[in-house]
Design a protein around this ligand. Structure first.
Ligand code: UDP
Ligand code: MN
Length: 262
């Protein structure tokens, strides 16, 4: 089997595609030696697809509705899980031996290739319920067998939170207790929730952060940015991340993605 390894992300629309572009650029800027793969939905526009193709080694259009029978059946049984089923598609990337999935609303702050030393399923604790892992960053092994089992789990049990995190925590249910090496340090999936609920810890450890995750309702692309003054406009006090991370995202976006989109 292939020895190749890849970072994988997902974008079903142009907004998340913009996030994926920034994520891909941030991985390249920190000299990853891994391949970059973007799974996209058919709704992503042609201009965005073409920018994604310049940043990523592989851009694959995934349409759950015209994919294999099991996926389509799962989709018909649980229509609300459309994006989730698209995310699970990453297990079909069997031309890679190991992958790290990253949400399109994440950005890396340093090289994180060392994550490939970990095994399936490795992830950081969720800040809201630390006995669950957050599914914004996780290490996995593509496998048709696991994919089939995940789809079966999905159509049988659905998702307790309505998204992929509920499905994956249900399926990999021994994550909290079985093997501490599958707990990634929190610095690989740092979200704002943690910054504001435990500020002293953020002050102590925040500078070690390797991945920032703009988890929650407000995404970086929900704000507007003035490249001249390099300021975010709008109400940043309810920002989904530390304002400096939000600014880092926008600086990368405006310096590398905006020119490519023009
Ligand atoms: N996603 C997508 N389209 C959507 C919603 C989600 O492509 O309409 C993908 C994208 O990769 C995103 C991930 O699914 O980062 C998880 O969703 P989100 O990050 O919004 O959830 P949160 O991390 O805020 O819980
Ligand atoms: Mn996310």
């Amino acid at each position: 089997r292939s020895a190749e390894q890849a970072f994988v992300t997902l974008a079903t629309n142009d907004n998340y595609a913009r996030g994926a572009m920034v994520l891909g650029k941030s991985l390249r800027n920190h000299d990853t030696s891994k391949k970059l793969v973007a799974l996209i939905g058919p709704e992503v526009s042609e201009p965005c697809q073409s920018v994604l193709r310049r940043i990523f080694d592989e851009v694959l259009v995934v349409d759950v509705l015209d994919s294999g029978d099991t996926a389509r059946l799962a989709m018909m049984k649980r229509p609300e899980l459309g994006v989730t089923l698209t995310k699970l598609h990453c297990w079909t990337l069997t031309h890679y031996s190991k992958c790290v999935f990253m949400d399109a609303d994440t950005m890396v702050l340093s090289n994180i290739d060392e994550l490939f030393d970990r095994e399936e399923l490795s992830a950081s604790p969720d800040p809201g319920w630390p006995d669950c892992f957050n599914s914004g960053v996780f290490v996995f092994r593509p496998s048709e067998e696991t994919y089939a089992k995940l789809l079966e789990y999905c159509s049988e049990h659905g998702s307790f939170d309505g998204g992929d995190q509920g499905v994956l925590n249900g399926f990999f249910s021994d994550w909290a207790t079985a093997d501490i090496s599958r707990h990634l340090p929190f610095i690989y999936n740092l979200s704002s929730v943690a910054i504001y609920t435990y500020l002293p810890a953020f002050k102590q450890f925040g500078q070690n952060a390797k991945v920032v995750h703009f988890l929650g309702k407000n995404k970086p692309w929900s704000y507007t940015y003035d490249p001249k003054s390099t300021q975010i406009s709008g109400n940043v006090s309810d920002a989904t991340a530390h304002p400096s991370f939000l600014l880092d995202w926008w600086k990368l976006y405006s310096s590398t993605v905006v020119p490519a989109l023009q």
